[in-house]
Structures are given as structure tokens and as C-alpha cells.
Ligand binder design. Structure first.
Ligand code: ADP
Ligand code: ZN
Ligand code: ZN
Length: 740
């Protein structure tokens, strides 16, 4: 006998309540996860529509109390069915409950907390509204209704008009509004604060693709492979290729999703799509309320829009016939979810398109090593755009400064002599400067300021970090190995060895001392707690209200400051030795992006990269702007150490208020997970060893096959469910972790 787990309603409360039904013999061969079924429900046996979310061989209740499924809805899979199958895949892949994955994937209405305003918009087509308006215009007593319809027809942006706004233009509109809503001419929805500048007219401009762009478009359309990498520097015309692909997708009656990192959701970026595709485009961002997001989902489901642009959650837009999913800047860390399920948007995008038979296009100037490796092995199609479309000053020049030399020349400042000189020149010429500190929130690797040597774990080949709590002990975050802190450099014998750390605040202070005449702005997470303050800082800088902007990662991503002609990277080492296997990749990407910020306008730019290890390939390749050379080096390291893409990794994070308990739990879990096929590293302290009174232990597991990790997670989960030790413990699983 087979039993099906069924949700009978798609609303948030219902997702936690799963009902078991008997699958009758006649339906066994047809039924699958996602199937839409009719089931008798409750005392009166009302017939309700439900969705199958899983199966079991054993009943959870007395079998004679269970009811039978009445029938399966025949016909094509509705979009809910697809989304449920996607959620099912996510549960199995990322090890979360069905309720967790369903809540991530389904467009469920959540209780909306106040704070959003209601707006009115047309509920019928423009033509219908116009003809109704003409009919009503004959009678003077319908003047208010006519005025309201005219107002909404003028709302070219389709963003809706609030009652307050209406009152300014139409005297006492309330009664007329109610009538129009009641008769179905206009409707109410929640407004988004996120207004997109949109002139209302499509630009109609026909762009003639360059040969490279044409080849990419044709190649992607004609190639049988599902996933394609579009690889080209910023300005090489990738967005234009996306738009052509979208156009073709729409022409074939299908819809498209474009994922972009939140930070690049700029007005200019979106306005381009809006101008090309008009009101069929919708935009999502993480500042939207759940209600606003739900509203957008419903529009997508009802076919009112066919392009959705947004960050990773836009992935789950319920388009009925999705044909294209674009992930721009696919290497961006923001595509990895930091809450359960800890999915990666690229992996889920591929899974979703496999289900609905469309294409995935990954775009990047510096692809992730994993993606590029798949393209090199022919799993993904590879399309290059070689040059920038619109001439301009070209790429910035780069120059690498050896900080060991500065020390020898008795320059103890954090600014090298060259950087100081370049900054002086820019200040004199009234050009702007970006100073970039590629810090990851926890510095603490040990390096020699004389020779640049960094102490690495002999087993894991990642840099070890000094723990403040346990003085003079170096630790590896992967395998937990510890070493005493040496008092001399093991390479050169210098006593200039120590923990490396520097914050933007300190940099800004030293800057003010060195250049008292300069106007300085600071941008990092601490100074940007307020919602919109980052936008304010960037706008002020763009308007020329400061000479120097000091900041972390966020200042090098996606912003366009035409008057910046100098970018200084203060210590490339900070991301190079951040203590995980992706450190080299992240450094290369950051340095490349930083160099890309210099000289975006008419004037040529310069990027000055300061480091204690100028010979490191992440630095030399970024300075030469040579991605391929970087990839060739990096992949050797990944293969040697079995790091992705040469293998898969999983982090199991164990948290408890009591450190002994956390350790004991981690040791027990490591024990049940161990297996011949996989390598379970001994439990170690997490990067953040203690957070909000919780101690964190992390177990890293490496396996050649992803399935090996899924199996060992299952063993861990059954121990967690059966052993009371884990009751107070928080355990999380993270497949191919990125931001730990
Ligand atoms: P990317 O997305 O790779 O950064 P874009 O698509 O934004 O590149 O193109 C960079 C600039 O070149 C844009 O201003 C765009 O309008 C312009 N552009 C792109 N393709 C063409 C083309 N075929 N003809 C003329 N201009 C183009
Ligand atoms: Zn040394
Ligand atoms: Zn180690």
C-alpha cells in the first residue's frame, strides 16, 4: 500500500499541516510529487483540491481512518505542481523539511503587517477601459467615474494610484471608486515603494548586434545544451544579449526571469529593461514586503507580466511557461542563501529549467571557478564577448606594490609611497579616489611583514587564524588543527610576524591625518546600518561631495563613478588569506572589480594594489586582467585538495549554549557520518566560534559525489531525531558552503 502526503491548500498556515491519504491501486502509476488531486476532507467529506508533496510506504495513523484520494487532475502540470517538485528537490538536496522548502518556493500569502499603502489600478485592458469611459461620459452624473478612469489610463507606469493622490485630482472620488471596484473595472493592490523611472514609451530603438553578440544569441538558441555561460567583461554587451534572448522567448509565448545581485538593481539597469519591454517587466527587491511580493507572484501567474527581474528570490516567480532564466554576475556570493534551505540560486535555476525545459544563461566577467570548469568540460555552452562595445578609455592600468619593500624603505604607513603620490595628484586635479579594504569581517591570519609568508594548515592548505580567546594558538577552521603561535617567521626568521587586521575606521583616521585637506566618506556595513544610508553615501560621492571614498566590498560592486581615476586596494592579503578554499577566487574577483571601478568616464584610470605577496597568482592574474591564467592555477589547487569543483563539500554547523555539549554533539555526528567514500574532518571551531551566547562547532566533509554527502546527512539527521542530546542543539547543514 502506498500513502501520499498532501497539502490541501496553499496558504502559509496550511504548509505545516500535511494530511496522509491512501493512494488507490488505479492511481499508483500516475501519481507523483506535485500532482494535483481531489480529496475528501473533514467530517462532511467536502471535496478539496490538494497537492502531493511526498509518499510513504507506512501509514502514520491507523490505516482504516485514512481516506482515499478521489482522482488526479489530468492535463498539463500546473505551475504549482512544478514548484512543489522543485521544493521536493530542494528538501532532498539541502536537507530541510518540506514545510521549509515549500515556504521558500511557493507564492503563499502571508499575513501582511501594516505599513503598506493601497493603490488602485485598472482591472481590464486599456481598450475596455477606454470604451467604458466613452459610454459613461455621456451622462454628467458619471463625471467622477470618467475622471478616475482617465487618471488610471494616464498611469503609464502601471504602478497604481493611491486614494490620497486621487483626491488631489478628482473631487470626492470615494463613492465612484467603490462602484468601479465593485463592477470590476478597477482593482486594489498593495503599492511598492520601489518606483522605477519609466517614461511610458518604449524606446523603439533597434540595436544592431555586433558579430560577437549575434554569435552568442544564435549559439545559445541553437545549441542543445541547457546551460550556457556568457563570458565577457563589463560593457561587452551581455545585457543586450540577454534582451535579445528574452525577446525570442516572449515571441514563443514563454516567460523569462533575470536574476541580478541586489546591489546592481540600480535604476539605470532596470530602466533599460523597462524601456525595451514596457509594462510586461516587473521588478522585485528584498526591501519589498511579503504582500508586495505576493502581489507580483500573482501577476506573473495570471500572465499580466512576463519578465521578472530581481535578486535570488525572484527565482521562484510562478510563470506558467518559463522559457529562460538568466543569472547575471553568476559568481556573486549573494546567490547563496544564508538561511535554511541554504540553496545556491544557480543550482536551483538549473533544476527549475530542467523541469520546464528552458535555458539557463549564466553571465559574468569573472565566472566562478565551478561554472567555468563546467564550461571547459563542455557541460555548459561557452560564449565569449571579447571587447567592450562602446570604445571609451578602455581598461584601467594596474600596478602592484610590494609592501615588504615599503618596510625595507622604512615606510611604516598603510599607504605606500606610490599610492600617496598618486592620491596627491588626484586631489590636486579634483579627481576622485576609491580606497578599498577587502576585509571579510574577521581578520586574524598570521603573516610575516618581512617576507610575506602566511601560516597555512598542512592538511587543508588554507590559512590558519589566531584566536583571541586562546592566546597564542593558531587554528585551522576546516580540520581544527592547532599550532602554537611562532615568535619568529618560520621562513625568514624575522620577528615581524603577527596577526593582520585593519578596519575602515582606522583607515579613515589615518587618511585624515595624512591628507587634512581631503573630504572623506566611509562606506562599510557598520556605517550603513540604516536602510538607505548606502544609497545616500554613494549618491553624495557621485555628486562630488567628497574626494575619497573608503570602504569594503560594497564600494567596488556595480557602482559607476565617472570621476574616479584612482582605486587603491590597501591590502589584497586580507581576502587572500581569509581561511577558506575560495579565498583565491574571491580575491581575484574583488581585485578585478576594483580595477574596473577606475577610469569609467573619459579620463584613464589606475588601480594600485598593495600586498605582501605580489607573486601570488590571484594578484598577478588580476593585475594582468587574465581570467584564464587565474583559472588554470586555481583549478590545480582545487584538484589537489579535492575542493569544488573537484569534489563536493558540506559544512555541518553545531550550536549550543554550552561549549562541552556543542563539542560532544559534533563528535557524535562526525562519528555517524564517517564512511569509506567520504572524508569527515575532525570538528573545528567555526569562523565565528561564538555567536549570541551560542558556541559553534563545524564539521567539514568532502566527497567526490554529492550523493555521498546527502547519504551522510541522512545518517546525521536520524541521530539528531533519536538522541535526546540534540534537543537543545541547533544543527545546520550547508552543501558547498560559501560565506561561512
Ligand atoms: P554588459 O552587460 O556586458 O556590461 P551592456 O549590454 O550593458 O554590457 O553594453 C554596454 C554598453 O554598450 C551599453 O551602453 C549598451 O547600450 C551598448 N551596446 C551594447 N550592445 C550594443 C550594440 N550592439 N550596438 C550599440 N551599442 C551597444
Ligand atoms: Zn618571513
Ligand atoms: Zn586543516
Amino acid at each position: 500500500m502506498k500513502y501520499a502526503d498532501i497539502i490541501v491548500d496553499i496558504s502559509l498556515e496550511a504548509l505545516d499541516r500535511v494530511f496522509q491519504y491512501i493512494v488507490p491501486e488505479t492511481l499508483v502509476s500516475d501519481i507523483q510529487v506535485g500532482s494535483q488531486v481531489l480529496v475528501p476532507f473533514g467530517k462532511g467529506n467536502r471535496v478539496l483540491r490538494g497537492y502531493v508533496i511526498g509518499f510513504s510506504e507506512e501509514p502514520e495513523y491507523e490505516p482504516d481512518k485514512l481516506k482515499e484520494i478521489q482522482s488526479i487532475q489530468k492535463g498539463s502540470m500546473v505551475v504549482e505542481s512544478q514548484m512543489i517538485r522543485l521544493a521536493d528537490w530542494m528538501s532532498r538536496m539541502y536537507g530541510c523539511t518540506h514545510a521549509q522548502s515549500l515556504k521558500t518556493v511557493l507564492s503563499v500569502r502571508r499575513k501582511v503587517r501594516g505599513g503598506t499603502k493601497k493603490v488602485y489600478c485598472l482591472a481590464v485592458s486599456r481598450a475596455e477601459a477606454e470604451s467604458e469611459m466613452k459610454k459613461l461620459a455621456v451622462q454628467p452624473r458619471f463625471a467622477s467615474r470618467v475622471a478616475l478612469l482617465a487618471l488610471l489610463l494616464d498611469d503609464n507606469e502601471g504602478q497604481g494610484i493611491s486614494e490620497t493622490e486621487m483626491k488631489k485630482k478628482v473631487p470626492s472620488p470615494t463613492a465612484a471608486l467603490r462602484t468601479l471596484v465593485k463592477h470590476g473595472w478597477i482593482k486594489v493592490r498593495e503599492a511598492s515603494d520601489y518606483r522605477i523611472p519609466y517614461s511610458g514609451a518604449k524606446d523603439g530603438k533597434t540595436v544592431h548586434l555586433t558579430l560577437g553578440q549575434q554569435q552568442a544569441v544564435e549559439g545559445i538558441c541553437q545549441d542543445g545544451r541547457m546551460v550556457h555561460l556568457l563570458y565577457g567583461v563589463t560593457g561587452s554587451g551581455k545585457t543586450e544579449v540577454y534582451m535579445q534572448l528574452i525577446q525570442r522567448t516572449l515571441a514563443s509565448g514563454r516567460q523569462a526571469i533575470v536574476l541580478i545581485p541586489e546591489i546592481s538593481l540600480t535604476y539605470q539597469n532596470i530602466a533599460r529593461f523597462r524601456q525595451r519591454f514596457g509594462r510586461r517587466v516587473s521588478v522585485m527587491n528584498s526591501r519589498m514586503s511579503d504582500g508586495e511580493r505576493y502581489d507580483q507572484y500573482i501577476q506573473a501567474k495570471n500572465g499580466e507580466i512576463d519578465i521578472m527581474i530581481g535578486p535570488r528570490s525572484a527565482l521562484f516567480t510562478p510563470f506558467p511557461n518559463l522559457g529562460l532564466l538568466i543569472v547575471d554576475e553568476e559568481q556573486d556570493g549573494a546567490y547563496k542563501s544564508d538561511t535554511t534551505p541554504k540553496y545556491h540560486a544557480v543550482d536551483v535555476a538549473i533544476q527549475r529549467m530542467e523541469m520546464c525545459g528552458g535555458k539557463v544563461v549564466l553571465g559574468s566577467a569573472t565566472p566562478s571557478v565551478v561554472t567555468y570548469d563546467r564550461a571547459m568540460r563542455g557541460i555548459y555552452g561557452l560564449h565569449r564577448l571579447e571587447d567592450r562595445v562602446a570604445g571609451g578609455p578602455g581598461m584601467a592600468k594596474t600596478c602592484v606594490i610590494d609592501l615588504r619593500e615599503e618596510l625595507k624603505q622604512k615606510n611604516y604607513s598603510i599607504f605606500s609611497r606610490r599610492l600617496q603620490k598618486e592620491m596627491e595628484e588626484r586631489l590636486e586635479r579634483k579627481e576622485q579616489i576609491l580606497l578599498f579594504l577587502n576585509r571579510r569581517g574577521y581578520a586574524g591570519f598570521i603573516s610575516c611583514r618581512s617576507c610575506g609568508h602566511v601560516i597555512r594548515c598542512p592538511h587543508c592548505d588554507i590559512s590558519m587564524t589566531l584566536h583571541k580567546a586562546e592566546q597564542n594558538l593558531l587554528k585551522c577552521h576546516y580540520c581544527g588543527m592547532t599550532l602554537p603561535m611562532p615568535d619568529k617567521c618560520p621562513e625568514c626568521g624575522s620577528s615581524y610576524i603577527g596577526a593582520f587586521g585593519m578596519g575602515t575606521q582606522k583607515v579613515a583616521e589615518m587618511l585624515a591625518k595624512r591628507f587634512p585637506q581631503a573630504r572623506i566618506l566611509r562606506a562599510d556595513r557598520d556605517s550603513m546600518r540604516r536602510k538607505n544610508s548606502s544609497i545616500e553615501v554613494f549618491q553624495a560621492f557621485a555628486k562630488g561631495e567628497a574626494d575619497i571614498l573608503v570602504g569594503t566590498q560594497m564600494i567596488v560592486k556595480g557602482h559607476d563613478f565617472p570621476n574616479v581615476t584612482l582605486v587603491g586596494v590597501l591590502a589584497a592579503d586580507l581576502s587572500m588569506f581569509s581561511g577558506d578554499y575560495m579565498a583565491g577566487e574571491r580575491t581575484f574577483q574583488l581585485l578585478t572589480q576594483a580595477a574596473g571601478r577606475a577610469g569609467r568616464g573619459e579620463k584613464p584610470g589606475l588601480a594600485v594594489i598593495q600586498t605582501y605577496q605580489p607573486e601570488h597568482y590571484a594578484v598577478t592574474c588580476a593585475a594582468a586582467q587574465d581570467y584564464e591564467a587565474f583559472y588554470r592555477q586555481e583549478i590545480l589547487y582545487r584538484r589537489l585538495m579535492h575542493y569544488p569543483p573537484a569534489g563536493h563539500m558540506m559544512a555541518v554547523v553545531v550550536e549550543h549554549m554550552d561549549e562541552m555539549m556543542a563539542r560532544e554533539g559534533a563528535i557524535l555526528l562526525a562519528g555517524v557520518m564517517a564512511d569509506e567514500e567520504i572524508q569527515v574532518l575532525p570538528p573545528a571551531d567555526g569562523f565565528r566560534a561564538k555567536e549570541k551566547d551560542y558556541y559553534r562547532k563545524v564539521i567539514y566533509i568532502k566527497s567526490n559525489e554529492i550523493n555521498g554527502l546527502i547519504q551522510c546527512r541522512k545518517r546525521a539527521q536520524s541521530l539528531i531525531h533519536s538522541d535526546t542530546l540534540f534537543r537543545e542543539m541547533n544543527v545546520q547543514f550547508d552543501i558547498n558552503p560559501m560565506n561561512l
